[in-house]
Design a protein around this ligand. Structure first.
Ligand code: AVJ
Length: 332
């Protein structure tokens, strides 16, 4: 059964045993939780694409608008011969806008955990950018990874981290990521980050509770994936999508709430739920421009420029690596 489920996994994600260990460990913890990176199996990735098309889900539209309106200005921060390194490039449609506006970029390095997808996207991209070298790297961006030698030899490296993916990290993890990016990109680097901004709770609550129920399906698909790949016995009718803005912590939280007392088996372990007990499946942190700038400064980055949409819902923020090493920090 386990072997069969394994062979049917549609895409290589993180190592299989870490999925099992993270899910079982997270469900045995109090409060129960599962990391959001496991949303993205083939169905989850499709559901996420549909989320971005929902009228209530503003982030993708706002970020695309900012890129379309300001790609020329962003391009001015990128010197000739630079390598563009995209962190966790789920899709390269945002990088394409930047690459069109910045023909001086010599090299594009999309980094993503899903090897199959970035190779496919790179192959699709090469004919559209015949003078650009596209060198995908299959790696988990939260761990250390090496850039290809050509990218290391480029006069300068520019990091690109769109989509407010940084919001999935705890603030201390985001600071760790920024220090890690500084190390990987090296002297003179620039960094362009897309970050969702703090805004009224009604707008945030609507964005994560779309009327068509796509976000709910996206959240519940995690249980479907656990059932299929880890021999889980979750009854999907026994759980409900809960998403709300936590004002104190500036984050949207997503949970799967148990509608009754029940048990489920996962990878041979029995997990018990109280009525109303939840599995915390995602945090999506919202930043002020100042808060992200402060986090970046602490990691050795100097804020250069910020672009927002007309409603100030979303931001694209550019930074430059300072010469001084970042302050030494206690263990995170
Ligand atoms: C891909 C992490 C930016 O937090 O808005 C969308 C994921 N979750 N709806 C986000 C998500 C629910 C998304 N990020």
């Amino acid at each position: 059964m386990a072997a069969l489920a394994h062979s049917r996994r549609p895409l290589p994600q993180a190592a299989d045993d870490s999925f099992a260990a993270d899910v079982v460990g997270g469900l045995q913890a109090t409060p129960k939780r599962v990391p959001p990176k496991y949303f993205y199996d083939a169905t989850g990735s499709q559901l996420f694409d549909r989320i971005t098309e929902q009228p209530e889900y503003y982030p993708t539209r706002c970020e695309m608008r900012i890129l379309q309106d300001h790609a020329g200005d962003i391009a001015k921060l990128i010197p000739a011969g630079a390598a563009l390194v995209e962190f966790g490039s789920g899709s390269n449609k945002k990088a394409r806008i930047l690459l069109r506006a910045a023909p001086q970029i010599a090299l594009y390095v999309p980094v993503d955990i899903c090897a199959e997808m970035i190779e496919r996207e790179a192959a699709e991209m090469r004919p559209d950018f015949p003078r650009l070298k596209v060198l995908p790297v299959a790696a988990d961006i939260t761990h250390d990874f090496a850039l290809p030698p050509e990218a290391k030899a480029a006069p300068l490296r520019v990091g690109f981290f769109p989509g407010s993916t940084i919001g999935n990290f705890e603030p201390h993890e985001a600071a760790g990521f920024l220090r890690h990016a500084a190390k990987i990109l090296g002297p003179g680097a620039r960094l362009i980050i897309g970050a969702d901004l703090i805004k009224p709770a009604e707008i945030l609550n609507a964005a994560y509770n779309d009327a068509a129920g796509v976000t709910a399906s996206f959240n519940l698909n995690l249980l479907t994936r656990i059932n299929r790949e880890l021999g889980g016995s979750f009854n999907l009718d026994g759980f409900e999508h809960h998403a709300f803005y936590n004002r104190e912590r500036h984050r949207v939280e997503m949970h799967l709430a148990s509608l009754r007392r029940q048990k489920a088996k996962v990878a041979g372990e029995t997990i018990e739920f109280r009525a109303g007990e939840t599995i915390h499946t995602e945090n999506s942190y919202k930043y002020s421009i100042e808060k992200l700038a402060a986090l970046a400064r602490g990691a050795g980055w100097r804020p250069l420029q910020v672009w927002t949409d007309d409603h100030n819902y979303f931001s694209i923020q550019a930074f430059e690596l300072t010469d001084e090493p970042p302050p030494v920090r206690a263990a995170e």
